[in-house]
Ligand binder design. Structure first.
Ligand SMILES: Cc1cc2nc3c(=O)[nH]c(=O)nc-3n(C[C@H](O)[C@H](O)[C@H](O)COP(=O)(O)O)c2cc1C
Length: 320
């Protein structure tokens, strides 16, 4: 299941008739959601960049939720973007922290649909006003989705619209937004497991990673089997890992060339992989400086719970 982080850019939700409804709907209807109300978090516009970046790192789907102000986002949300989308976070040589996350732009618009037309008083289609955000997404590796927006959302008692009409439109906006989130969720277990596999082997490549990084994802009765080592449980893993660290030099390479994931229901999966291992070993180790160049077949049985936590129950490795 995807974790959704909603950045609410309305500058004063106590004066909102429609964004509040959308936020309430998201809070009530999504299983894993964090809503960050910038108006209450930062009434002084001083954004806590570390807290905002930490929230984004946990997100699978990021939603920018705001009222359309002067053909763009409110100043508070723009300030949030300027402060949070920093060098080596959102762009730059190491700026890949948002890469692969889904971005949904969700906003409420005052003007009617026919005004956003060459012959209407707003002249340009709404999508044209999205180009800066769309390009921001491309630059930072965010996946840009078709924006969700609703017209005629301004409510001024006795002048523009009826309260029940704008709020009904806000509910229908929430329905469309949640349906898009659900569509993005399909296949999300595949993404979670693939990401986990990549993180696992990146840590195995380093060989300097603490063994708790691995054991936290191993069942207490993990059944582990390799050509020269078989054991059950965490103590067996720790012993094997310590020996691997004394044998193989750090910065080796586990190149995951193929991953096939099969779902079995009840959150249980098998993951079959082909992994190319290239490594150098220490002269004084049992492998006496041998250079390893092996194709491995790995078969894992694991489960993925609702919070996204993965637990491996069986870990079988054979040499091809
Ligand atoms: C400062 C300001 C600027 C606005 N600019 C636009 C605009 O450029 N185009 C438009 O269609 N509506 C515009 N509106 C109307 C808002 O988009 C509308 O009031 C808002 O989406 C309603 O959301 P809320 O009920 O959550 O406040 C503007 C409203 C304000 C207060």
């Amino acid at each position: 299941m995807s974790h959704v982080v909603v950045i609410s850019g309305h500058p004063d939700l106590s004066q909102s008739y429609t964004n509040t409804v959308i936020l309430e709907q998201l809070e009530a209807r999504l299983d894993s959601v964090e809503i960050r109300r910038l108006d209450t978090l930062y009434p002084d516009y001083k954004i806590d960049v570390e807290a905002e970046q930490a929230a984004l790192l946990k997100a699978d789907i990021i939603i920018l939720q705001y009222p359309f102000y002067w053909y763009t986002m409110p100043g508070l949300l723009k300030k949030w973007m300027d402060d949070v989308m920093t060098f080596n976070f959102a762009y730059g040589p190491e700026g890949d922290k948002l890469k692969g996350k889904e971005l949904i732009i969700s906003f409420t618009v005052g003007g009617p649909q026919d005004s956003y037309d060459p012959l209407g008083f707003n002249h340009f289609p709404i999508e044209h006003f999205m180009y800066p955000l769309q390009q921001t997404a491309y630059l930072s590796g965010l996946k840009y989705n078709k924006p969700v927006y609703t017209h005629q959302m301004v409510y001024t008692p006795g002048i523009y619209n009826k309260l029940e009409d704008v709020q009904a439109r806000a509910i229908s906006h929430s329905d469309r937004l949640i349906s898009l989130i659900n569509d993005l969720n399909v296949g999300s277990w595949e993404k979670s497991i693939t990401r986990f596999v990549n993180e696992w082997f990146a840590a195995m490549d380093k060989l300097t990673t603490e063994d708790s990084f691995f054991t936290k994802s191993l069942a207490d009765d993990i059944n582990w089997s390799m050509p020269h080592a078989s054991f059950v449980g965490h103590a067996g893993f720790s012993e094997w890992y310590a020996e691997a660290q004394q044998t193989i030099k750090p910065d080796c390479s586990h190149d995951v060339q193929q991953v096939d994931i099969t779902a079995h229901g009840d959150n249980s999966y098998t993951v079959e992989m082909r992994v190319q291992l290239n490594a150098e070993t220490y002269e004084e180790s049992a492998l006496k400086g041998e250079v390893l160049d092996k194709q491995l077949k790995e078969l894992w049985t694991l489960d993925l719970d609702k919070s996204g936590k993965i637990t491996i129950h069986e870990y079988l490795v054979s040499v091809l």
